[in-house]
Design a protein around this ligand. Structure first.
Ligand SMILES: *[C@@H]1O[C@H](CO)[C@@H](O)[C@H](O)[C@H]1NC(C)=O
Length: 283
């Protein structure tokens, strides 16, 4: 990611909304707690801001609860935010996320949690975090936030049915009616652990690029499969690679919705024909 990671302005003592008790200690972020491995520091404070004191019984197992959400990439600072609470950086003062960071992450991520049938956790009520931007972890700059806002991103949606039998003409019509069309290869991991269960393998091939960004589309579609799990389940088989053409739209606010899914069977001629004819096709 090219977003600036931690932006701490000053290390004044902030008033703490959490009851941390008297004694805290610093420990290494355990290897099992892989959701917080790339946060830019290696020592965390115990108890953490959620009041967990035991690494084995609380911190490590509960950190796994965050994995599905963090894997959707719902906000560039989601990991920083979550890890600043479950594995607070060990400095001589307590650094919490600012309320504005909490709000930014919540606004992006709560809809995806809702898609997975979960409410935004009460422990992360943004009102609990300090409002002063100079005693806490601040959100990314306004410019970055704006850039992020207008970038194409997936949203919670129902999954279109997979179409298996079609004539190339109807595929061309679908390309005309949608903003983008891409060819993807997907698979499902047999033992998902640190990696997401559903995966887009290799490069995404553009048939029509529309408003998608070339370098971002792989992760966008990967996230799309993870947001509503039934999309990933519908498209993938364990240990097998399947090919599809996905066609969809990018709305004015940057949200992407996939409208049509064509399965590309090995000896399929209609999709091959449609892709070939598309280059000279007039809608
Ligand atoms: C997820 O996709 C399924 C299948 O299309 C759909 O029935 C369900 O409503 C979707 N979930 C949400 C929250 O939109």
């Amino acid at each position: 990611m090219f977003f600036p990671v931690l932006m701490m302005c000053s290390l004044l003592n902030a008033a703490l909304p959490f009851d941390l008790g008297q004694s805290t200690r610093c420990v290494s972020i355990p290897p099992e707690m892989s959701v917080c491995h790339d946060v830019g520091y290696s020592e965390m404070r115990l108890p953490n801001f959620l009041g967990h004191t035991s690494l084995e019984n609380e911190v490590i197992p509960k950190s796994e609860d965050w994995r599905p959400l963090l894997q959707t990439g719902c906000h560039p600072q989601a990991r920083t935010f979550v890890c600043s609470l479950i594995a607070p950086v060990c400095l001589d003062t307590f650094i919490q996320p600012c309320r504005s960071m909490c709000v930014a992450v919540r606004d992006s991520c709560a809809p995806l949690l809702a898609c997975q049938g979960q409410a935004w956790p009460e422990a992360l009520d943004c009102e609990r975090f300090p409002a002063e931007e100079d005693t806490c972890l601040s959100p990314v700059s306004k410019e970055t936030a704006h850039f992020y806002k207008v970038m194409p991103k997936p949203t919670c949606q129902g999954c279109p049915a997979v179409e298996e039998a079609f004539a190339y003409k109807s595929v061309l019509d679908a390309f005309c009616q949608n903003d983008f069309a891409v060819k993807v290869k997907v698979t499902r991991r047999r033992f998902p652990s640190e990696e997401p269960e559903f995966e887009i393998e290799g490069r995404v091939e553009f048939i029509s690029q529309g408003q998608l960004l070339p370098y971002d589309t792989h992760s966008l579609l990967q996230q799309w499969m993870l947001i509503n799990e039934s999309c990933g389940q519908r498209l993938t088989r364990i240990g097998r690679s399947l090919l599809y053409v996905l066609a969809g739209d990018v709305q004015a606010d940057g949200t992407v919705s996939v409208k049509r899914i064509f399965q590309w069977h090995k000896r399929d001629t209609q999709l091959t024909l449609a892709v070939r004819k598309w280059r000279h096709h007039k809608c």
